[in-house]
Design a binder for this molecule. Structure first.
Ligand code: AGP
Length: 610
């Protein structure tokens, strides 16, 4: 949540900062602001609303400084307003700060500062930071910028990634982080800072990843890193192989549509990252022996939102192929429910961003209980990858739209590939099942192309239902996990109320909601359960529902309203195909309602607060 950008170099900072913010708007878009230094004075432009509002301010072009910091906000403390927008100055306008995270003890710090003569203009937690830095700066004889930032950070409880500039040091930016993401991009005679790589990918592919409780002092030609005691430390630079165009719309009207259509490619890359010549998948880097896997009493898959749905879709696969009890947990619940974890528990954390606070906290909990931890993320160097014992990357490329699409299909694919690897190591099930599943996984990119080409009627259906208030999704077995994800997509970007039910549960209550013309969407890909789900769908048709069916079976028409047929594939991996028409349905409904598909209200792409 919240995006921060920084620049120091030889070029005018303001346009670079705005460009970066526009790429980070998926992290929050309540308000935005930038601060630069001109003639040893801090400038400030900020306002509520979108980043483009800053560009339209009359004095934007007067910002000539070659150093600056910037912020796009997802409000936590204080409503979206100009006063609450970042950057925030201290009372003497010596320091300017942008912050991503939450300062949990800001009230105590604020009272302390008020007692020491400081006053506040915003309701934010952030405003304590510049004032605290100033407090230490003015109380030390030698006015040490870095030392003052460090002392202020030592007082902060909670999470933060901050950038600080000071009018007395117009050639430096200082950054610090704890539990919030921050990357530093290295250029030629210029350096960049961002919450996330895509913001500055067009300028550099070389990045440093700051760890918690570390500091960096940036100038035009240098980046110096310090530990928590301000001892100088060295860091390795990492080169990111993402294509800079992958962070642009590339001719598509919206990022979400582009990302839906990128799925064949992202799945191909994810498969190829592990595919061996003999057709199996290589996960030897996880150091998982037969002895170890045989000793596992339970696998937990822990994640949030869409990533959790990806986990749900492979629970049955792992249980059937590996005969290991597998539980899928919502990270925010898992961390507080005292789960039974020990050294014989394998914990897998799934996260597109690799920064989700609840998932990260659940991971730390599992490590405290000596469990082996594996992270599946889309972002190299993200917090979750750094914390886990082992990391596996999905190769979806940057996902910018808030509603996750290509990351989900890449997660399901990668988890299924991992399940076949575990099955090979354990050898507890019929080998042919594993071989067939591997074939089906490898066939996914081509079948995704076909699926995308066979979804024409989904737009017509969207145009018929976009004004509805409730839409229900049904499925059984793996189709229930697809129903959950389809329903989440619809809620997120169309604002239509929607629920997903295990179809067999309908008659235990939810069927009371069905009336004449209610829209019900049933997913029918789990061959063992198709007949059962058809019966459940008949029950709603009898009560007046109009139905959309997503299926890979050839079915007689049982009175369904619309049928979308996707290519045949084993039910173990069918979510990768079956979700596509549902992603498109949500997209077309959202467009028809004139909504912002990529930046739905109240949401942010990566949820780095609890
Ligand atoms: C997906 O469309 C959502 N925006 C959201 O549920 C997301 O999947 C969730 O916040 C988890 O994010 P992560 O994958 O980055 O951890």
């Amino acid at each position: 949540m919240c995006g921060i950008v920084g620049y120091i170099g030889t070029k005018k900072a303001a346009p670079i900062l705005i460009d970066g913010l526009l790429k980070l708007e998926y992290r929050g878009y309540d308000s935005a602001g930038i601060s630069t230094i001109e003639n040893n004075c801090l400038s400030l432009l900020k306002d509520k609303g979108r980043v483009k509002n800053i560009l339209n301010l009359s004095n934007f072009d007067t910002l000539s400084g070659t150093i600056g910091i910037a912020h796009t906000r997802w409000a936590t403390h204080g409503k979206p307003s100009k006063e609450n927008s970042h950057p925030h100055f201290d009372n003497s306008s010596t320091f300017s700060v942008v912050h991503n995270g939450i300062i949990e003890n800001y009230n105590e710090l604020k009272n302390f500062l008020i007692d020491n003569g400081y006053s506040f203009v915003s309701q934010t937690d952030t405003e304590v930071i510049p004032n605290l830095i100033h407090y230490y700066y003015s109380s030390t004889a030698n006015k040490d910028f870095l030392q003052s930032v460090k002392m202020a950070c030592s007082d902060l409880h909670g999470s933060f990634a901050i950038e600080v500039i000071c009018k007395d040091f117009p050639d430096n930016i200082i950054v610090a982080k704890k539990d919030s993401p921050l990357v530093i991009g290295k250029g030629e005679h210029e350096n960049y800072i961002a919450s996330d790589i895509p913001a500055v990918l067009k300028y550099t592919k070389n990045f440093y990843f700051l760890q918690d409780n570390e500091f960096a002092l940036l100038s035009e030609n240098s980046i110096t890193f310090f530990d928590n005691n301000l001892n100088e430390i060295s860091k390795d630079i990492k080169t990111i192989d993402w294509d800079e165009n992958s962070a642009d719309k590339n001719g598509y009207e919206d990022y979400m549509l582009k990302e839906i259509y990128e799925q064949p490619d992202s799945i191909r890359k994810t498969i190829n990252s592990r595919l061996l010549d003999n057709g199996t998948f290589d996960f030897t880097d996880l150091n998982i022996s037969k002895n170890y896997l045989s000793s596992i009493n339970k696998i937990y898959i822990v994640a949030c939102g869409t990533a959790m749905h990806a986990g749900l879709s492979v629970k049955n696969t792992i249980e059937k192929l590996c005969k290991i009890n597998t539980e899928v947990d919502i990270a925010s619940e898992f961390r507080y429910r005292s789960p039974l974890i020990d050294k014989n528990t394998l914990c897998i954390f799934v996260s597109q961003s690799g920064e989700t606070a609840d998932t990260l906290a659940a991971l730390k909990l599992c490590k405290e209980h000596s469990a082996k931890t594996i992270a599946i993320t889309n972002v190299l160097g993200s917090s979750i990858t750094r914390e886990a014992d082992y990391s596996i990357l999905t190769y979806a490329g940057p996902e910018i739209a808030v509603a996750s699409t290509k990351a989900y299909t890449a997660q399901v694919t990668l988890l299924s590939m991992l399940a076949t690897y575990f099955a090979d190591v354990l050898n507890r099930c019929d080998k042919d099942i594993v071989i067939d599943l591997r074939h089906d996984i490898v066939s996914l990119p081509a079948k995704l192309e076909q699926t995308l080409n066979s979804c024409n009627s989904i737009k017509d259906f969207a145009l018929r239902v976009y004004n509805e208030h409730d839409i229900f999704f049904l499925g059984r077995g793996i189709d229930y996990s697809i129903a959950l994800e389809g329903s989440l997509k619809l809620k997120e970007i169309s604002y239509i109320h929607s629920d997903a039910y295990a179809a067999g549960e309908l008659k235990h209550g939810p069927i009371a909601l069905i009336e004449d013309n209610t829209t019900v969407i049933t997913i029918l890909t789990d061959s063992n359960l198709v007949k059962k789900s058809i019966s459940n769908t008949q029950e709603v048709i009898t009560r007046g529902a109009k139905t959309l069916i997503i299926t890979n079976q050839s079915l007689p028409n049982y009175g369904f309203d619309t049928i979308i047929t996707i290519p045949e594939i084993s039910e173990y991996i069918s979510p990768v195909l079956a979700i596509v028409p549902l992603q498109l349905l949500s997209y077309f409904i959202s467009k028809e309602k004139g909504l912002d598909v990529d930046k739905p209200r109240n949401l942010a792409k990566s949820v780095t607060v609890e």
